[in-house]
Design a protein around this ligand. Structure first.
Ligand SMILES: [Zn+2]
Ligand SMILES: [Zn+2]
Length: 163
């Protein structure tokens, strides 16, 4: 993974700004129909990172609570002024984490999805690179992530649950 620690990003109008204080734990492209609808595109690229490692530099985003395929909330944070979606919180995920929309980084050149998920609704013209895993739905973190990233997520879940 390219170094994204220290990278900054924000919404289209510049009111919502953030800085990644650490590299993401994982980068994935989601081809689910909700991601297609909300982005108006074929998929969303998410940087999965601890919420505490996303420093807020500008206005606080507002959120809209959608229901994810899991049945749990999918909270989408956007700029109140220009409407750009910047973060998501999937409430099925127990830790204090965020999905940062990779396209909102000032410099997106270092970002490549490490896996592709919900490819059952992928557009036919999207070709998944041969060396990247893809899943019809979701996957098991421990099957895919580096030991270091999996450890970060485990630690985050333990912190959040107060143990
Ligand atoms: Zn904005
Ligand atoms: Zn999705």
């Amino acid at each position: 993974m390219n170094e994204l620690k220290g990278s900054e990003g924000g919404c289209l109008c510049g009111a919502v700004r953030y800085r990644l204080e650490e590299n993401p734990m994982y980068i994935q492209a989601c081809h689910c129909t909700d991601c297609q609808t909300v982005s108006g595109s074929a998929f969303v690229v998410n940087l999965w990172i601890e919420k505490a490692n996303v420093a807020r530099l500008g206005d606080p985003p507002v959120s809209f609570m959608n229901t994810a395929g899991s049945g749990k909330g999918h909270e989408i944070f956007h700029c109140e002024k220009c409407g750009t979606d910047v973060f998501s919180k999937y409430h099925a995920s127990p830790g204090a984490d965020l999905m940062v929309r990779a396209g909102t980084l000032d410099d997106t050149s270092g970002v490549e999805p490490m896996a592709h998920i919900f490819t059952r609704s992928k557009q036919n013209w999207v070709q998944i690179p041969d060396d990247k895993p893809d899943f019809k739905g979701f996957y098991r973190v421990r099957d895919l992530w580096s030991a270091q990233s999996a450890e970060r997520l485990t630690r985050l879940i333990k912190q959040t649950s107060g143990r």
